[in-house]
Design a protein around this ligand. Structure first.
Ligand SMILES: [Zn+2]
Length: 94
């Protein structure tokens, strides 16, 4: 199992450990003792690393960054369009 463990969601501690007891697997924070127990190590790791709010926020940030980039492109297009018509008008006037 080489999957990286995220910091503790409670205290943001980085010292996270795992142990098995009575065929149950636990991932826990050494600093604050927060832990999560599942039937397999993979399930315990997945549960530990699952951050609903964090994942939702990351998705929303990506969505907004895309929207912002598109707005900037639109703004540039508008500038180019205005410049082009200005130049065309000057050419017509001469
Ligand atoms: Zn902790």
């Amino acid at each position: 199992m080489s999957e990286e463990l995220k910091p503790c969601p409670c205290c943001e501690g980085l010292n996270i450990d795992k142990f098995e007891s009575h065929h149950r697997h636990t991932v826990y924070c050494i600093k604050c003792d927060l832990g999560i127990t599942r039937n397999t190590e993979a399930e315990a790791v997945e549960a530990w690393n699952y951050r609903r709010a964090e994942d939702a926020l990351k998705a929303r940030i990506a969505e907004l960054e895309t929207k912002l980039a598109l707005e900037q492109i639109k703004g540039l297009d508008l500038c180019m369009c205005m410049l082009r018509s200005k130049v065309e008008k000057q050419v017509e006037d001469t």
